[in-house]
Design a protein around this ligand. Structure first.
Ligand code: FCB
Length: 476
């Protein structure tokens, strides 16, 4: 990995999201997002954690940008908060936009490319009260918000991502109820899928017409692996999992149609009823890149007794439902691979397979960027103050190596963003799961680069100089 020659211009970055790092939950004009509201529901978030302060990035932003520069990052993937930019979804909030404007200026001054995501799950609560993503009108509200952000930052930001992981903000939020808004309504979840697609397409067209340079979306994709490829029940469960996890997102966006099997499976939940003439044409507007978030694959069985630890529980202490709408029988057996603190399998080869497959299955696939990949582990601080997180360092290096192999096999991958720059608010898990390459002390908000951060910095330095040995010492 250290010796590899990466394609020219390959971007090395790291990612965060507004709700997870900013804090200042009700400062600078910001009002409730669905996550602020959700955090007040007893049992919704592990340990009763809230986003009110998060990791105080709102106040420590210049220092955090300095940290990125020290690590040698080319690019920083962040999101803007709709509830900060348009509190209550009324009108643009100058103070909120100014924060992002200062962030972009700091980044550019540090030589770091801003990579902006418009929707990383924090819908204004005011819109949820009008039906949220189950309401088609929310898609049109999204375009107004996107337009406000573009007016403020379009002169300096070139890379625009509409949505981060619509799977989560539709099926986990409206189906499983493990994410905000915590609804467990299968038909609303399916409507949310379609309305987010529509919002994506409308925003792509709107920003394109205003001159945006690079437009894309980020999907979380997983290889769906049947436990027994001779067993019809396992095969069918794997097909249905693949439909709900991957193809109902990829196909409308890249092919302009929903898969036929998805339409059939989801008919009882009204998918065809929310699609209006012309929608799919809007949804399949050409893109400049596809962001791929990948954490793990899924071994799938159609036999309920094959259930094992699937790592999909989400951390909530209140009852949740299944996100696999109409396919609640899907089971996730174990194949004995090592797992992270999330319970997710560690299997770098899965990333390679996924990237190669995408190119084979989608002829119109735009260039790919890994917009998230990383791992939670139970970190400890050593007496010397360091965090020797060898497992996370290994995870990152092995996955980067898998990306390199995918490129060798023909995948057009142009960048890698590690999740995450900082330990942060891990949704319904609260602060209990740490993904950062930089540790955050939740008492003092002090930042400490972990060994994984040093290893990643070394990898970037080596990639840049194309020298056989990295600049910093690495874990074995
Ligand atoms: C992804 C999210 C990101 C982070 C990682 C661990 O699903 O996009 O915000 O929580 O998982």
């Amino acid at each position: 990995t250290y010796k590899r020659q990466w394609p020219e211009g390959f971007l090395w970055g790291s990612a965060t999201a507004a709700a997870q790092v900013e804090g200042a939950g009700h400062e600078g004009g910001k009002e409730d997002s669905i996550w602020d509201h959700f955090a007040r529901i007893p049992g919704a978030i592990a340990n009763g954690d809230t986003l009110e302060q998060a990791v105080d990035h709102y106040h420590r932003m210049p220092q955090d940008v300095r940290l990125m520069k020290e690590l040698g990052l080319d690019s920083y993937r962040f999101s803007t908060s709709w509830a900060r930019v348009r509190p209550g979804d009324r009108t643009a909030n100058r103070e909120g936009l100014d924060f992002y404007s200062r962030l972009v200026d700091e980044l550019l001054e540090a030589g770091i490319l801003p990579w902006l995501t418009l929707y990383h799950w924090d819908l204004p609560q005011a819109l949820e009260e009008k039906g949220g993503w189950a309401n088609r009108d929310t898609a049109y509200r999204f375009v107004e918000y996107a337009d406000d952000v573009y007016s403020a930052l379009g002169d300096r930001v070139r890379h625009w991502t509409t949505f981060n992981e619509p799977f989560c903000s539709s099926l986990l939020g409206y189906g499983a109820g493990v994410h905000a808004p915590g609804r467990q309504e299968p038909a609303a979840a399916i409507a949310a899928v379609h309305h987010q697609h529509l919002a994506h397409g409308l925003a792509v067209n709107a920003l394109r017409s205003r001159g945006a340079g690079q437009l894309g979306i980020t999907l979380n994709l997983s290889n769906s692996i049947p436990r027994d490829s001779q067993d019809p029940a396992d095969l069918d469960a794997a097909r249905r999992f693949d439909s709900l996890q991957n193809r109902i997102f990829l196909d409308p966006i890249l092919r302009g149609s929903y898969p036929e099997d998805s339409l059939r499976d989801l008919a009882p939940f009204g998918l065809q009823d929310v699609i209006r003439p012309g929608d799919l044409e809007i949804i399949s507007a050409p893109l400049d890149f596809l962001g791929v978030n990948h954490y793990h694959d899924d071994l799938i069985s159609g036999h309920a007794d094959a259930a094992g630890s699937d790592g999909h529980s989400g951390g909530a202490e209140r009852p949740t439902a299944s996100p696999w709408i109409g396919s609640e029988d899907i089971a996730f057996p174990s194949r004995g691979l090592p797992r992270t603190a999330m319970g997710w399998e560690v299997n770098p080869k899965g990333l390679r397979t996924l990237l190669v497959r995408l190119g084979e299955e989608y002829p119109s696939l735009p260039p790919l960027y890994i917009t998230e990949n990383g791992a939670a582990y139970e970190d400890t601080v050593s007496p010397d103050g360091a965090v020797h997180d060898d497992e996370r360092a290994r995870f990152i290096l092995d996955h980067v190596a898998a990306v390199g192999e995918a490129i060798d096999q023909g995948a057009d991958v142009r960048g890698y963003f590690v999740w995450s720059l900082l330990d942060n608010f891990e949704w319904s898990w609260g602060y209990g799961k740490r993904f950062g390459i930089v540790r955050v002390d939740y008492g003092s908000f002090e930042r400490t680069v972990k060994d994984s951060g040093k290893a990643y910095a070394g990898l970037i330095a080596a990639a840049k100089r194309n020298i056989p040995r990295p600049a910093v010492s690495l874990p074995a």
